[in-house]
Design a binder for this molecule. Structure first.
Ligand SMILES: [Zn+2]
Length: 361
């Protein structure tokens, strides 16, 4: 077994700054080795480093993307790692502070080779070049793209929409992967898990110890980044349907039933109107011939729910589409994704089309 590497505290400090947790709660750290699971909560990088040092090289050490409520510091797991603690649930999460994409080689059944690892890092760099403000972290197997956003308070009102936006982010990642002709080599993990944990830079990836004479790779921050730059892409995805109320601007009270909701925003209905696609009422919803089918058809398989207003996603249940997602529809997406598919353009270009031609002023 490899001898324990001393953790570089400076790098952990850097990561701590990037994760930007302490203003909004505390950090959840999980330590796993296939048998044992430890959980601890921390508010400063020094205590965290001390608490995890002992496990480095024998266990995998992870960090929760979203801040956990401060009250977790008052539990027995405050400032120390406790065996058998279960950790926060999705419903505990109060703030969304970043978008994180986990890019892994498709060789999921075995640890990645150096070449596969470099391909993942290379793809992450491509994303970073296009969208400044994100950090690249090598996970020891693949890459994480860590994109800080202006923190958003999560409520019952916006939870579903934020989930949709994370879904848009994930879909964007997959389409970029496709554009880059890397879909056979890399895959992008689900991003909608609020309590999802990621490796802490400087710690060793000891997953599948000893397989294929594998050398443990160190998780590390791969690129310099500017903490003061909010990531353009993630922020665009968040702001496209941002409710002013959440920003503390409460003079414009809006509800899903208020027709003013789509002012300065774009809905699926707006996009369909722009392209001249006809939608007909159908049991409280609207449906029509799918505008983005690969083959021509008269089937009314395309559906939207106008009650959901700005949160609206479209759904198509026709098998003309290639891949069938798990929720029973063959194709779902946001207004921007509809434009992307229709115009065959990138996310930012589709947003431009929406801003210049579709959004109501
Ligand atoms: Zn369709």
């Amino acid at each position: 077994m490899k001898k324990k590497d001393k953790l570089d505290e400076e790098q952990i400090q850097l990561f701590w700054k990037l994760a930007d947790i302490e203003k909004y709660g505390c950090a959840e750290v999980k330590i796993l080795n296939g048998k044992d699971a430890y959980v601890g909560y921390f508010r400063d990088p020094e205590t965290l480093t001390k608490a995890i040092s002992h496990f480095n090289g024998t266990h995998n050490i992870y960090f929760g993307r979203s801040p956990r409520p401060l009250s977790f510091m008052d539990t027995e797991a405050g400032n120390k790692m406790i065996l058998g603690h279960s950790g926060a649930k999705n419903t505990d999460i109060e703030w969304l502070t970043s978008f994180v994409m986990d890019i892994d080689p498709t060789s999921a059944e075995r640890p990645s080779t150096d070449e596969e690892y470099q391909t993942a890092i290379g793809f992450a760099k491509k994303i970073q070049e296009a969208h400044k403000g994100s950090a690249i972290i090598g996970s020891g197997n693949g890459a994480y793209i860590w994109m800080p956003i202006q923190p958003i308070r999560i409520s019952d009102k916006n939870r579903e929409r934020l989930n949709n936006q994370l879904n848009v982010f994930e879909t964007w990642g997959r389409s970029f992967l496709k554009e880059s002709h890397l879909e056979d080599k890399l895959r992008i993990d689900k991003t909608q898990d609020w309590v999802r944990v990621y490796r802490i830079p400087e710690t060793l990836n000891v997953k599948r110890q000893g397989e294929n004479d594998r050398v443990y790779r160190k998780c590390e921050i791969f690129s310099p980044y500017d903490f003061h730059v909010v990531d353009g892409l993630a922020q665009e995805i968040v702001s496209i349907q941002f409710d002013e109320e959440e920003r503390g601007n409460s003079q414009q009270k809006k509800t899903a039933h208020n027709p003013s909701i789509n002012q300065q925003r774009v809905s699926i209905e707006d996009v369909c109107r722009y392209y001249g696609f006809e939608l007909k009422p159908y049991g409280g919803k609207l449906r029509g011939v799918c505008p983005i089918h690969p083959g021509a058809t008269n089937e009314l398989s395309f559906m939207i729910d106008p009650e959901k207003g700005q949160d609206g996603m479209f759904y198509c249940h026709s098998s003309e589409h290639e891949h069938r997602p798990k929720d029973g529809y063959y194709k779902t997406g946001s207004p921007i994704q509809l434009i992307m598919t229709k115009e065959k353009v990138s996310w930012s270009e589709a947003l431009k089309v929406a801003r210049e031609h579709i959004m109501r002023k």
